[in-house]
Write a protein that binds this ligand. Structure first.
Ligand SMILES: [Fe+2]
Length: 410
């Protein structure tokens, strides 16, 4: 049972499950933890927290007596600031549910703006916070897996995925944890200007005519005008800059102003890399998706001179060349899905796979688990995006379960 109590009633040992201020209004990273010390309570006060929601122990007859607050100790069971990473790993099912909900919230925001209504930031922020909570609980860094979607609404999926990737990239590149939600919100809102682009252009299933392309290129300035009216400081500041700058390019070759990298916000510099990466790996109605390996090669070989190389390097480190959920053609002709790495942080060392096809297009009667001491170009002849092989996200969840990877059930 949860109870809202004033901060004055909060004591060491109590389990906090929510605060009365949102993530972006405080410097408090975790909003669910067991209080370890008086200093933690003071930090909440310093951040303007007045009310907290605490979880009370279940008053069942078989439960031990509820300890007085003095009896709560640091060794009590439950998450703390330092122990958050030991919480159960989020399942792929949880990730998919959160992803779908976020796509729906983004869709509603675009619709509001399209109808001339004010942008409501709070629902978007809630999705950012929930996503960050999941990301920080998940050391597997399955960035590719968690952006796969069965939802067919590419603009909103793109914004959702860019948000997930932005917070992952920021974390990878050492940005303080407290800043991550801002990156997430900027990712979610970078294309909001598209809400004011005519739908027949936005959803055209093919190449745009030159005049349509000129209209489409107005979305950074439209985004700026929508977001700069917000009462929210982060939206009016960082998000507005990112919406305006994410199509600029190194050397001044982008739009709308032809700015060079030094004049562009570092968040925008990363977002422009993620924007391309997401568009290529997700595919479009008129263009099939590319595997992460092919997309990263494309960025390094064709786009490096237009982008921030550090952002590309962090992206490669974060996603990995052969992330979990991607498919590889092995030297023996079998096609296998990567299921886990011994070291998920670096995607290096021994790697587990599940061979699904005897050769491309010919499924094996039963998938076969494999382990390689390492995975690299000498062992992989080709890479595939799952969709190129007609593999859906639910198929992937099933394969992971088959491989014994703890990603589907908790
Ligand atoms: Fe854009």
């Amino acid at each position: 049972m949860n109870k809202i109590v004033p901060i004055e009633k909060l004591e060491v040992g109590m389990e906090v499950v929510a605060l009365d201020k949102s993530w972006l209004e405080t410097n408090i990273l975790f909003h669910r933890f067991r209080v370890q010390s008086r200093e933690e309570i003071q930090k909440l006060r310093d951040n303007g927290i007045r009310m907290v929601t605490v979880r009370l122990p279940d008053p069942t007859p078989t439960s031990p007596p509820v300890p007085r607050s003095e009896e709560f100790t640091a060794s009590s069971e439950g998450p703390t600031f330092r122990e958050m990473e030991t919480l159960p790993l989020p399942s792929l099912k949880e990730w998919n549910a959160l992803h779908d909900k976020t796509v729906a919230v983004v869709s509603k925001s675009f619709e509001d703006v399209r109808m001339g209504n004010a942008l409501e930031v709070e629902p978007l922020r809630r999705q950012v916070v929930e996503t960050l909570d999941m990301l920080l609980r998940d050391p597997r860094k399955n960035s590719f897996l968690v952006t796969l979607s069965e939802v067919d609404d590419e603009s909103y999926v793109h914004s959702t995925n860019t948000m997930i990737l932005a917070m992952g990239l920021a974390d990878q590149s050492g940005v303080p944890k407290e800043e991550l939600p801002k990156w997430g919100l900027a990712g979610l809102l970078h294309d909001i200007g598209k809400a004011l682009i005519p739908l027949e252009i936005l959803k055209k299933p093919g190449k745009l005519e030159p005049n349509e392309w000129e209209t489409m290129k107005r979305h950074p300035k439209l985004g700026h005008s929508i977001l700069s009216k917000s009462k929210d400081d982060v939206v009016r500041g960082l998000c507005t800059s990112v919406a305006m700058e994410h199509h600029e390019r190194k050397g001044g070759g982008g739009y709308p102003f032809g700015l060079d990298l030094p004049d562009i916000d570092p968040v925008s510099r990363s977002l422009m890399v993620l924007d391309i990466y997401e568009a290529l790996t997700a595919g479009r109605i008129y263009r099939p998706p590319l595997s992460p390996a092919k997309t990263l090669s494309y960025l390094l070989e064709r786009e490096l001179h237009k982008l921030d190389p550090r952002a590309i390097a962090h992206l490669v480190q974060m996603v990995g060349i052969y992330p979990v959920g991607s498919f590889v053609l092995l030297a023996d002709g079998r096609v296998a899905m990567v299921t886990s790495y011994k070291d998920p942080e670096t995607h290096s060392g021994p790697v587990n796979l599940l061979a699904i096809f005897a050769k491309p297009g010919v499924p094996l009667p039963d998938p076969v688990p494999l382990t390689l001491t390492a995975i690299d170009r000498s062992r992989v002849k080709q890479t595939y995006h799952p969709r190129e092989l007609n593999i859906s996200p639910s198929d992937i969840a099933r394969y992971l379960e088959m491989a014994g990877v703890d990603a589907t059930n908790h």
